[in-house]
Ligand binder design. Structure first.
Ligand code: DHB
Length: 401
């Protein structure tokens, strides 16, 4: 029975234990700012939620600076570039050569596991299975978050609420006058994890008449693969055999590129969608990651962008709570938005360059011209490489160390 309300207090109540909320909790702890993470799911669920797995260079550097990269440095796969394939031919874009930076392939859920383990080991509270989370009074100086756990009602008093609660965010819905700019794409991705050894040490993005395909990996034993499919595609229509046959048809399997098959251990369909909701703040409530914006999967920017938001948020909170500059919270949205829109542009370009959009011959020729350009002009390749490998986390860089 729900009786008395258990009351508690912290400086920052973080709603959501995904990459944004967890990185924020570590950044705040590094600044001696007290926080509590509230997560509606259980620990096993968030640790096994399969997402993309490419970490930008600044993301890796940030995790290292926080002492959170031991396993990432051991098990992550450092990639110096990617390959773009069209007309059955692969073209390399060498990020390291073009920009001096590389990327690391490491599953998002592995990052989440590492962040949770380190936070709990440091005694940082993460409340799993906190349901009906509701921020109250975020436009006052005394906000609080109500939630329920094991049939006990709780109230967490705080100074700031961080809404890092993902694409179905409760927190984002509390921002009055929120405007959403969005675009839906006429396709989705069917993604699989297969117990099959990767044969490549770089990702292969393949543009094909039958639709886009992506070759990626998670470890020396596990391959990650994606196919462009119709939006809302029924997984039941895709037998293992059909998936492998379609992958073999779309990937440029020649010149030593073989596709190892094996048991499919995970599968899902992800819609392709871009959105940006503004403002990202209301009073003492700040929103980060998918709760504020969604990027289409091509280029794997979702987690990296969520972590970039967390760095801006941590800096703004520190200025407000420790630096006597509460007005810094007002700059949070505009500081985040420049990276958000550049990332939207990048993800949109990658998506439109590589997917099949119906039969429009003009569009096909533009795509072809863009692929030609990016694989033949050093300037165009460097532009792609710089954005893929990740532009620096400006606001945070000034403050580390
Ligand atoms: C992966 C996902 C992406 O969206 C991408 O662009 C590259 C790789 C992945 O899951 O490995």
């Amino acid at each position: 029975m729900m009786g008395v309300v258990a009351a508690d207090e912290t400086e920052v109540a973080i709603v959501g234990a995904g990459p944004a909320g967890l990185v924020l909790s570590h950044l705040l702890a590094a600044r001696d700012i007290d926080c509590v993470v509230l997560e509606q799911r259980d620990r096993a669920y968030v640790e096994h939620r399969v997402r993309a797995g490419v970490l930008e260079h600044p993301t890796v550097e940030l995790l290292r600076s926080l002492g959170l990269a031991d396993r990432l440095d051991r098990e992550g796969l450092a990639h110096r570039g990617i390959q773009l394939a069209f007309d059955g031919v692969r073209h390399r874009i060498d990020f390291l050569e073009l920009t001096g930076r590389s990327i690391t392939v490491y599953g998002q859920q592995e990052v989440v596991k590492d962040l949770i383990a380190a936070r709990l080991a440091a005694g940082g509270p993460i409340v799993f299975e906190a349901v009906d989370v509701t921020p109250i009074g975020v436009d006052t100086d005394h906000p609080l978050v109500r939630y329920r756990r094991d049939d006990q009602r709780h109230e967490l008093r705080c100074r700031i609420v961080a809404g890092c609660d993902g694409s179905y965010s409760v927190c984002a819905g509390m921002v009055p006058g929120r405007a959403v700019a969005e675009r839906r794409y006429p396709f989705a991705w069917l993604g699989i994890l297969a117990r099959a050894a990767p044969t490549q040490d770089e990702l292969v993005y393949a543009s094909h008449e039958r639709g886009f395909a992506l070759y990626s990996m998670r470890s020396p034993e596990v391959t990650r693969l994606y196919l462009q499919v119709a939006p809302g595609e029924d997984l039941a229509a895709w037998s293992d055999d059909r998936i492998w046959t379609e992958l073999a048809a779309r990937l440029p399997l020649a010149d030593g590129f073989r596709l190892n098959t094996g048991p499919i251990i995970e599968r899902g369909v992800t819609g392709m969608h871009s959105s940006v909701a503004t403002p990202m703040r209301y009073g003492k409530l700040l929103i980060a990651g998918d709760a504020a914006h969604i990027v289409p999967a091509t280029g794997a920017k979702g987690m990296n962008l969520a972590i970039a938001d967390a760095t801006v948020m941590a800096a703004a909170i520190e200025d407000a709570l420790r630096g006597g500059r509460p007005e810094r919270l007002a700059d949070y949205t505009s500081t985040c938005l420049s990276r958000v829109w550049r990332t939207q542009l990048f993800s949109h370009r990658m998506t439109t360059m590589l997917h099949r959009f119906g039969d429009d011959p003009f569009q096909r020729q533009l795509q072809r011209a863009e692929l030609d350009l990016v694989t033949s002009s050093a300037a165009a390749a460097t532009d792609l490489a710089e954005q893929y490998a990740g532009l620096p986390f400006a606001t945070f860089a000034e403050r580390v160390g």
